[in-house]
Design a protein around this ligand. Structure first.
Ligand code: KG4
Ligand code: ZN
Length: 341
């Protein structure tokens, strides 16, 4: 299936969407690809003190935040509760306790009004988050998905037709940013902190590894973490945090951009898209927009609010899948480790 997205059939009616797979409690109302409201309640402050996500604490926080998020999403959508015609929820993959909160809420809301229910894969949500903008996205395209849990180059043959052509063999790109930030004493989450420090720094000051070399579309970031640790130990008081941050950002962003451009070139693509939390990184955006401009390839990336975890992207995929005739029962499972459909 090629061609523009406008040829697609979305579910006809407002869909309530829920996303609780990690550390954002999110609810949204969408109509097809149109986002009527999007509420995201972040747990960053909660997890900051531990320097990372604590699964039990995440599940408890979702439990407190989910119903207010749903109420607010419906209120802000401008439609009544009874106008909701279906429910979409991220049921895979993710933290089992966190996913269960969203899925239980979605099942209850759907069952109470006997509405259609659809479970959505988190990665498919990120991949199609580009549809939240008004642009027409051509197929096939190459999608670079980069977040705290994912680093994949996906060949998107059409909506609902995906092929992973490259991925990380160890840490995700966001994890690499977060670990680098922790080693520099910049706190959690680290991507934004590294980017801020990097604006004042020299990216060529410290030589850091780019992971796998040669003819590959895969990534490896574990060597980078070790190299940063050695750098911090070696330089001690002399370490320039800004230069180290700039060097880390350059190492991660350059390898991500280089492989994504290579995939587009090797596999043939009508466009390149950049999604996921790390898509907020300005250096990565710059690398890819310049690379695509040079290659004459359209480049799309969602507004930052739709790059990080959000329920709107789950709603868009849910609408698309319901429109295509898919649906789940009220006994739908939570699947913490499911592959991309
Ligand atoms: O998509 P997301 O919100 O959650 C997951 O699905 O993981 O991504 C969160 C990740 C974190 O690792 C965070 O450090 C990273 O995205 N991130 C960034 C930036 N903003 C967020 N990384 C680099 N530069 C940024 N500006
Ligand atoms: Zn995500």
């Amino acid at each position: 299936m090629g061609g523009p997205i406008e040829n697609l059939r979305f579910f006809q009616g407002p869909v309530l969407a829920i996303e609780t797979s990690c550390d954002e409690t999110s609810a949204a109302v969408v109509y097809g690809r149109k986002v009527l409201s999007s509420i995201v309640s972040s747990q960053v402050d909660l997890h900051k003190k531990w320097g990372g996500i604590v699964p039990e604490a995440a599940a408890r926080a979702h439990l407190e935040a989910i119903l207010p998020a749903v109420e607010t999403a419906i209120e802000e959508s401008g439609i009544g509760k009874s106008d909701i015609q279906a429910v979409a929820v991220c049921n895979r993959p993710g933290l089992v306790g966190a996913l269960s909160v969203g899925v239980t809420a979605a099942k209850t809301l759907a069952y109470s009004r006997r509405l259609p229910l659809i479970g959505v894969h988190h990665l498919e949500g990120h991949i199609l988050s580009v549809l939240a903008s008004e642009e027409e996205i051509p197929f096939p395209h190459i999608c670079l998905t980069v977040s705290g849990g994912h680093t994949e180059i996906v060949r998107v043959h059409g909506p609902m037709r995906y092929e992973i052509v490259g991925q990380t063999l160890d840490d995700a790109a966001g994890e690499a940013f977060d670990k680098g930030a922790r080693l520099l004493g910049l706190g959690y989450p680290g991507g934004k902190a590294i980017q801020e420090q990097a604006t004042q720094g020299n990216p060529k000051r410290y030589r850091l590894p780019r992971g796998l070399s040669g003819d590959t579309l895969n990534f490896s970031f574990s060597g980078l973490k070790t190299a940063i640790l050695r750098l911090v130990e070696r330089e001690g008081e002399q370490l320039s945090i800004a230069d180290a941050a700039a060097s880390i950002q350059e190492a991660i962003a350059s390898v991500l951009a280089e492989r994504a451009m290579k995939a587009a070139d090797l596999l043939g693509a009508e466009a390149l898209t950049l999604v996921g939390g790390v898509a907020a990184n300005l250096r990565l955006r710059e690398f890819l927009s310049k690379g695509c401009q040079k290659a004459g390839l359209p480049f799309y990336t969602p507004p930052p609010a739709f790059c990080t975890d959000n329920a709107a992207m789950i709603g868009i995929v849910g609408s698309l899948r319901l429109g295509a005739g898919y649906g789940d029962g009220y006994d739908m499972d939570v699947l913490p480790n499911a592959p991309l459909p």
